[in-house]
Design a protein around this ligand. Structure first.
Ligand code: NAD
Length: 486
């Protein structure tokens, strides 16, 4: 038996409600496919709205007791989960590659990154603070404390199957919240394995309930209308985020939204071009370009644009495209046919409008949802590819003549998740970054994600932060108690 068959053969495929695995109430299942072959990998339970309500029932029942547990006890569960995920990193990595497609080396990096949220929030749980103060007029005493917000609905996307789950589950556990976790229907398997690991680490029944569904809108609808749900944390596309916020507004439900991006990658004429090219490769090609923080628009000073373009195209041409399970592969498939059609459509549209293909640019023959590393020159801001999230290995290059134009171009988008800037001049770096509208900025680096830092966007990229000291606040409520002057 291969490690793949053993892994898939032992994986739970049901709903996890109140500490037990069970089928959907009507017995329905849906298939999860390998994007490298389009072949099915597993069939998992397809939850109904009734199943989702049963999961919320369990979360609600568990909340009072869980919320009273000692922070240290919650920390230790998270720390054990960190150790277990780390020990089982190869299994997690293989599963991520099978269902999501990225090369094994990248999956291993995601497992390390995802596990780090468990460790980081194990260290944050005992630090939930409060304060006691005298009112300015010397009268009342002011006592401020934090308490868990309560049962939370966590909805994750398919692109980082473990990290997007741990980035929500870990702070929710640390804060003392129970939860219903709904993974993306394209990549639910990693979440199911993670659920087993968290149970093994000692998480009590009812704290983490997991519902997989092929029809998320219908299935979770009753939860958003249910008084017992106190928090929605969503990572996904901006259009779905908007719909969920509209539904959440009916009950004034507390929300966190980690939405889409359209990151500018600014290269000034004084940048170290070798570093800028390496940074661009990292910012563009990490996760095959299927990342909310992927560089979406290369904004390059006119005087270095030709050189940058040539060097970037050469580096992009080095990628080995293939199934993520093959040892030599450095670029896996896109997630599905729809995604590939979108990427190809944006490239074709740009070319029709005058962009030049420097490398890549055409859909390969054969099975699997592959798309080659692509560099486009002569891209203009009015092209769709400059305004939309590409979510694929395509680097559109635009030129600018001065810093003010670079800033204007960087901000000419509804999104504001991350921006990257390459320059050797610190004053210039600070001047530009202070004017760029983004929740995160990378200076002379193509990678900013870090569990110890607040991740999140401004404008249509979302609300709230995940990771850092800020991440746990999303799952805490501030309560103030006024006490008469003693
Ligand atoms: P998506 O919006 O299609 O789906 C995200 C999740 O929402 C999935 O679990 C899906 O099942 C669920 N969903 C879809 N429609 C729903 C509905 N009507 N009601 C309730 N749930 C619904 O996004 P995706 O394609 O899975 O992920 C890619 C998107 O996620 C990109 O836009 C990317 O930028 C964004 N993303 C953002 C971050 C971030 O931290 N800002 C991180 C990763 C991905």
């Amino acid at each position: 038996m291969t490690s793949r068959d053993r892994l898939l053969g032992t994986l739970p495929t049901g709903l996890h409600v109140d500490g037990t695995w069970r089928p959907a109430e009507d017995g329905r299942v849906f298939e999860v496919a390998d994007p490298a072959t389009a072949e099915p990998l597993a069939a998992v339970a397809d939850a109904s709205p009734g199943d989702a309500v049963a999961a919320l029932d369990a979360a609600h029942r568990a909340q009072a007791e869980w919320g009273r547990t000692a922070p240290r006890a919650r920390a230790e569960i998270l720390r054990r989960a960190f150790e277990l995920v780390t020990q089982r990193a190869d299994e997690f990595a293989l599963l991520i590659t099978l269902e999501m497609g990225k090369p094994l080396a990248e999956s291993r990096a995601e497992v390390a990154y995802g596990a780090e949220f468990l460790r980081w929030f194990s260290e944050e749980a005992p630090r939930i603070g409060g304060r006691y103060a005298t009112a300015p007029d010397g009268g009342n005493r002011l006592l401020v404390r934090k308490r868990p917000v309560g049962p939370s609905l966590l909805i994750t996307p398919w692109n980082f199957p473990i990290a997007m789950a741990t980035r929500k589950v870990a702070p929710a556990i640390a804060a003392g919240c129970t939860m219903v976790l709904k993974p993306a229907e394209l990549t639910p398997l990693t979440t199911l394995l993670l659920t087993n690991v968290l149970t093994e680490a000692g998480l009590p029944p009812g704290v983490l309930n997991v519902v997989t569904t092929s029809d998320p809108s219908t299935t979770i609808q009753p939860l958003l209308a249910d008084d017992r749900l106190r928090k929605l944390s969503f990572t996904g596309s901006t259009p779905v985020g908007r719909r969920l916020m509209a539904a959440a507004s009916e009950r004034v439900l507390k929300v966190s939204m980690e939405l889409g991006g359209n990151a500018p990658f600014i290269v000034c004429e004084d940048a170290d071009l070798d570093e800028a090219v390496e940074g661009a490769v990292a910012a563009k090609m990490r996760n095959g370009g299927e990342a909310c923080v992927a560089a979406n628009r290369m904004l390059v000073h006119r005087s270095v644009a030709a050189d940058f373009t040539k060097r970037l195209a050469a580096r992009m041409g080095e990628f080995v495209v293939g199934a993520g399970t093959e040892p030599d592969t450095t670029l896996g498939p896109l997630i599905d046919e729809r995604s590939r059609a979108k990427v190809a459509g944006l490239v074709d549209d740009a070319v029709a409008a005058g962009a030049t293909v420097v490398t890549g640019g055409s859909v390969p023959e054969g099975r699997g949802w592959f798309y080659p590393p692509t560099v486009l020159a002569d891209v203009r801001p009015d092209m769709a590819i400059a305004g939309e999230e590409i979510f694929g290995p395509v680097a559109p290059i635009m030129v600018f003549d001065d810093d003010a134009e670079a800033v204007r171009a960087a901000n000419a988008t509804e999104y504001g998740l991350v921006a990257f800037l390459f320059t050797r001049d610190l004053d210039r770096a600070l001047r530009i970054t202070e004017q760029v509208e983004a929740g995160m900025l990378g200076i002379n680096t193509g990678v900013v994600s870090n569990p110890a830092a607040p991740f999140g966007g401004v404008k249509a990229s979302g609300l709230g932060r995940e990771g850092g000291a800020e991440g746990i606040e999303e799952y805490l409520e501030t309560v103030y108690i006024g006490i008469r002057d003693p």
